[in-house]
Design a protein. Sequence first.
Length: 279
Amino acid sequence: MIDHPRIPLAGVIGSPVAHSKSPRLHTHWLRSLGIRGHYIPMDVSQANLREVINALPKAGFVGVNVTIPHKESALALADVVTDRAALIGAANTLIFRKDGRIHADNTDGYGFIANLRQNAPGWVPDSGPAAVFGAGGAARAVVASLIEVGVPEIRVANRTRARTEALRQEFGTKIVTYDWVQAGNMLDGAMTVVNTTSLGMEGKPDFRVPLDALSPKATVSDLVYAPLRTNFLEEAAANGCTCVDGLGMLIHQAAPAFERWFGQRPEVDEATRAAVLGA
Ligand code: NAP
């Protein structure tokens, strides 16, 4: 374990942040590993973001997660940025280094792939095209990670067409864009299918894209984890697909950050899921 002179603190900065499951997750890991640390939710406005982030290391913070709406701003505030965070254009993890510099990373893509590998062990990335619904911040992380693991073609459809075009410009010729009204056509032959939109989330509209063309051989994942079994996943499961929920991604993306802050790699297991779900 890293030798900290003070009780190490970490947390999540967002606005709103009260709904975040990260405090429950990190507190579970801190307790189960016997680390004398704390993880705190912090609701911070855009106007105060820089001041708060610069003050935290002085108060004993070893790092923070960053969530909506600060992921892009946090990247700009960092002194050192990983390649993947730069490619995605957003940070979800800040590490406050002992030399005073702020290191920014984005572990969402890592979490997405680790979740698929753990919960769909038969998934073969290069077995066929991927179909990605959505082109927001999470989609950028998913697309970058799918390219990295060798998916040959990534089809993307988004309600706002300009965002899919931006993805194609930045991520290159593996990206094939579709109109949102024809998003169901992406499914033809797709072996990896991902919902990165907020559709289907509690309090948001339902996911209504027709899934008729979905192959039973496809591995299907939803980034939404509240509810855990979205209609999108229910329909895919009824079609015979291997389905992976978004909670695993949330947990996996947190593990490397926890390790960097607190010096121990945490377990991603059933006990962790149960702790996050409050079971
Ligand atoms: P974001 O940047 O705001 O993107 C939201 C996406 O949803 C955009 O593609 C947006 O399309 C689409 N969308 C929203 N309302 C829509 C509607 N009525 N019809 C069609 N499309 C709609 O947010 P984000 O950070 O990418 O997050 C997206 C989702 O992923 C959220 O549910 C978030 O909780 C989840 N997430 C989960 C994890 C995890 O660890 N499991 C990690 C990150 C994010 P437009 O571009 O047209 O607005």
